[in-house]
Design a protein around this ligand. Structure first.
Ligand code: CXF
Ligand code: ZN
Length: 371
């Protein structure tokens, strides 16, 4: 048993509290990581607010980065001392994992959201009793985490000069936005794209759309400060969502959008986005909607023009290939996601959450320990 400190989430009626916990011994495919930094994502807050079927209390955090301390007997991808980033976990043998599409793992829930290992055993304990953990296969709002071969990526040596408190958030919203553009929709150079929502996912999509050579790149958000940043990151045009977005896009792109990318999950906006598609246009959807929501669209326009509506999870990312690819883009200055980050100390976790919720920081990252 290893002692650690972790931020415990007991729901939204009380702040996260940093308390003592212990970590279980490693299984053969597991990796213990000393956490250096961890990003905060809206999914952590959705769990806090009981909007997702994840048990509470729990240690959240799923954008962890750190140094490998110990590996199980079957681990081959990293060694103690390696710098790593972590992302979501997957089973490795279902039909989706078999084609390197682990974001669609048939066993996503038990490996990421059950609070325990997929076999039902606890990874964390408090005062001798099991504490929910293994969130996204990591629970990284802590000084130490148990992760798995399938959700740990070694940071390539080429990134030695980039601190882990910059790289930490690469395995969630950033890969989701960039992967949607580069992997799922495979955006073609020269075609127009509009992106609804300029949070982490939307901003990553804007940077990736620039990499893909899309043109124009139109960003829509209701916060002018975010639109200013969107422009700096690659948007050629920005529209405040309070204006007449549909007319503005029709003016800019009279033949329609090659791609419409929605990060908001707001039905009315998604329906507008679909109505703006050019022939063969793709509407990519990544926003979290009310589970009861349904969409309405015109069948003959969709079918007739070969238009497509695509649900995308995690940017279709395959971690071991896509995260190093994104790191390369960062190093080359094409994916400057550090512009989105605001840093906080571990014991400022509640302040970091407020900054995320009131929109002053796009991507809060907790500094948990020195590298
Ligand atoms: C996830 C959803 C599943 C794949 C990776 C990203 N979102 C987390 O917030
Ligand atoms: Zn996330």
């Amino acid at each position: 048993m290893i002692s650690a400190k972790a931020a415990i989430c007991r729901g939204n009626s009380q702040p996260f509290a940093i308390e003592d916990i212990t970590l279980d011994a490693l299984r053969p495919d597991e990796i213990r990581v000393r956490i250096v930094a961890c990003g905060i994502c809206h999914t952590d807050l959705a769990v806090r607010d009981a909007q997702l079927p994840v048990p509470l209390p729990i240690v959240l955090g799923h954008e962890g980065a750190g140094i490998v301390e110990e590996v199980g007997s079957a681990v081959s991808i990293v060694r103690p001392g390696d710098r790593v980033v972590m992302s979501f976990n997957s089973c490795g043998h279902c039909p989706s994992c078999a084609v390197d599409a682990p974001t669609y793992c048939y066993e996503f829930f038990p490996h990421n959201w059950s609070g325990v290992r997929a076999d039902g055993s606890a990874t964390l304990f408090q005062d001798g009793a099991p504490m929910n953990g293994n969130f996204f296969g990591q629970s990284a709002f802590a000084t130490h985490a148990i992760a798995h071969q399938r959700n740990v990526v070694r940071v390539p040596d080429t990134m030695d000069s980039v601190p882990l408190d910059i790289l930490a958030p690469i395995g969630c919203g950033l890969m989701t936005g960039a992967g949607a553009i580069l992997r799922a929709m495979k955006v073609r150079a020269g075609l127009p794209i509009a992106i609804w929502g300029a949070g982490t996912v939307g901003m990553a999509a804007i940077m990736a759309a620039k990499i893909a050579g899309a043109s124009p790149i139109i960003a829509i958000d209701i916060h002018d400060m975010r639109l200013d940043l969107a422009r700096e990151l690659g948007a050629t045009h920005v529209i405040n969502g309070r204006d007449d977005v549909v007319s503005r896009i029709r003016e800019l792109c009279p033949t329609g959008l090659g791609y419409a990318f929605d990060t908001t999950g707001v039905n009315k906006l998604i329906e507008q986005a679909v109505s703006l598609l050019a022939p063969m246009g793709i509407a990519g959807l990544v926003g979290a909607s009310d589970p009861a929501d349904t969409l309405t669209f015109n069948e003959s326009a969709l079918m007739g023009g070969g238009r497509r509506i695509m649900g995308i999870l995690g940017g279709d990312s395959d971690l071991q290939t896509f995260l190093p690819e994104l790191m390369d883009h960062y190093r080359a200055g094409r994916f400057p996601f550090d512009r989105l980050i605001g840093h906080f100390e571990f014991d400022e976790i509640n302040e970091a959450i407020i900054a995320s919720e009131n929109g002053t920081v796009v991507k809060p990252v907790l500094r948990i320990a020195e590298e």
